[in-house]
Write a protein that binds this ligand. Structure first.
Ligand code: NAD
Length: 512
């Protein structure tokens, strides 16, 4: 059984410490309230963390403003070297941090380790990027003029993250923001404060070893009210917010009202099209992992399968057979496929969605339900289920963050693509087909309208090298690889005149 206390000790989090600090690595107001870190694995309270008051928040912002004046003067490759050391520290702490992620959030141990691996990968990416923050040079229309663009840091980047990737999303933002010369303030999900405290300890140690002053990376623990402070604060240049569409609409409006920059990574309603030309065995793995992995709590989880009528019955039978074999239980036990939902509220919303689906005429091929008994004392373990539905059911149009898989039948590829696109969200999509024409149509401008479109891979599990994010109600932001770094910088166009005259653009004459 996992010895959580020794993990906390190894991560440098004091055992006797019931309340962890807010701020960067310093204490907040000791009278402020605390939030408890609850493990959905066994229902235990692991620890509690101090919530930042508005005075704490203000002090953190002031500290990070000072730190920005210092951090931006460090050459980008040197900043990259510190991020490299952070990646090395994560390598050392991979087992402990990964286990804590699994225990606090409830994802499988393998996925916990995978999440830390993603953090390491983005650090490696950011190190290379620190020497590649390229701008273009242009040819000026005026003689003896030089024109180019350069990219400058923004200042404070506010990061609001969701519970389901409690640490990786922070690192995607932080690693890029840091090499770009920004400082960060992180408000993690109130459901996973402990993993955030652990990350803060790891990065603070690296900064200390490099004599970096406090305030470059800051942690403020709290609920949505603390997030709102940041969203409304004109001193925070960019808000990168990951979470539900409901949250994104509120944050986008608050940041928009002050004409700040926002990067929104919101909910998905991801589908796989299973064509009559699909390799059904391969499709089965993609579909089942996509639907039940992380108990259906990934933004890229497979929610809908759009299946060709010629293979519908055969594939549905395969799915039912696979679901019967799923082992549900303690995610730290590597024999289990499916762990718990994050908390009892998530269980209620899962049950509510099943009821709504039935009310609208959904037919369940595999029934859902809450598991009871000694192994499930937290009350957060549910059965992954499968329902035959119509795409336009209200509940199907909505992202339920739980392992409920909807099956929809189609006749033509055009119809399948229209169904796939026929939801408000636009994050991840996939087609399973061995037919080149189908694959290319799906990837073309007439195909998927999502930010991610895959062929013969499920919807879930992106690599950090590509830009990650989605369209429509998913928010339009892009994080991680490719040129996503540009969102963390401001572009400046520079024109230099080295002639003896002052010619104006567009041939305009102005003589005195
Ligand atoms: P949530 O929206 O409830 O909370 C996310 C974060 O936003 C939390 O830190 C919360 O405190 C904060 N918050 C909520 N309302 C706020 C407000 N009005 N102002 C400022 N901050 C506010 O989401 P959740 O339940 O933690 O996570 C699940 C959701 O996140 C799903 O919809 C999932 O699809 C989405 N998600 C998206 C991505 C992506 O990259 N697109 C990645 C992970 C999760």
């Amino acid at each position: 059984r996992t010895d959580i206390q020794s993990i906390l000790n190894k991560l440098g989090i004091k055992a006797e410490n019931a309340a962890f600090s807010t701020g960067s690595i310093w204490g907040g107001d000791s009278n402020s309230k605390s939030i408890e870190s609850f493990s959905p694995v066994d229902g235990k309270i692991i620890a509690s963390a101090k919530v930042a008051t508005s005075a704490d928040y203000d002090a953190v912002v002031k500290k990070s403003q000072e730190a920005f004046n210092y951090w931006r003067t460090i050459p980008a490759p040197k900043r990259g070297d510190i991020v490299r050391q952070f990646g090395d520290a994560l390598r050392v702490n991979k087992d402990t941090l990964g286990t804590l992620v699994s225990y606090e959030m409830g994802k499988s141990l393998q996925e916990g380790f995978g999440e830390v691996q993603e953090m390491i990968d983005i650090c490696d990416f950011a190190v290379g990027l620190s020497r590649q923050l390229y701008g273009l040079t242009m040819h000026s229309e005026r003689p003896n003029h030089r024109m180019y663009e350069q990219w400058h840091p923004l200042g404070i980047v506010g990061i609001i993250s969701a519970f389901n990737f409690p640490v990786a999303v922070w690192s995607w933002n932080t690693a890029l923001a840091l090499v770009c010369g920004n400082v960060c303030i992180w408000k993690p999900s109130e459901k996973t404060p402990l993993t955030a405290v652990a990350c803060q300890h790891i990065i603070a140690k690296v900064f200390k070893e490099n004599d970096v002053p406090e305030g470059v990376c800051n942690l403020i623990v709290g609920d949505r009210e603390v997030g709102e402070l940041m969203a409304n604060d004109g001193r925070v240049a960019l808000i990168s917010a990951t979470g539900s569409t409901r949250m994104g609409k509120a944050v986008g409006a608050a940041v928009g009202a002050r004409l700040g920059k926002s990067l929104l990574e919101l909910g998905g309603n991801n589908a796989i099209i299973i064509s009559e030309h699909a390799d059904l065995d391969m499709s089965l793995i993609g579909a089942v992992f996509g639907a039940v992995g992380t108990a259906g709590q990934r933004c890229t989880s497979t929610r809908r399968l759009i299946i060709h009528e010629a293979v519908y019955d055969a594939f549905a039978a395969k799915l039912v057979k696979a679901y019967v074999q799923l082992r549900i239980g303690d995610p730290l036990d590597q024999n289990n496929h499916v762990g718990p939902l994050i908390d009892k509220d998530a269980v209620s919303s899962y049950l509510d969605s099943i009821e709504k689906c039935k009310d609208e005429g959904g037919k369940f091929l595999v029934e859902g339900g809450v598991l009871e008994g000694e192994a499930y004392t937290s009350g957060c373990y549910v059965k992954p289920c499968i329902a035959e539905v119509k795409n336009d059911f209200k509940i199907v149009q909505h992202e339920t963050f739980a392992p409920i898989l909807y099956l929809i039948k189609y006749k033509t590829l055009d119809e399948a693509i229209a169904l796939q696109n026929g939801v408000p969200q636009g994050l991840s999509s996939a087609i399973m087909t061995l037919n080149l024409r189908e694959a290319e149509q799906f990837l073309s401008f007439q195909g998927s309208d999502c930010g991610i479109a895959n062929v013969n891979i499920g919807t879930s599990g992106a690599e950090i090298g590509g830009a990650f994010g989605g369209e429509k109600e998913t928010g339009g932001g892009r994080e991680s690889g490719s040129d996503a770094w540009r969102a963390y910088m401001r572009r400046q166009t520079n024109t230099i005149n080295y002639s003896n005259t002052l010619p104006l653009a567009q041939g305009i004459k102005f003589d005195l």
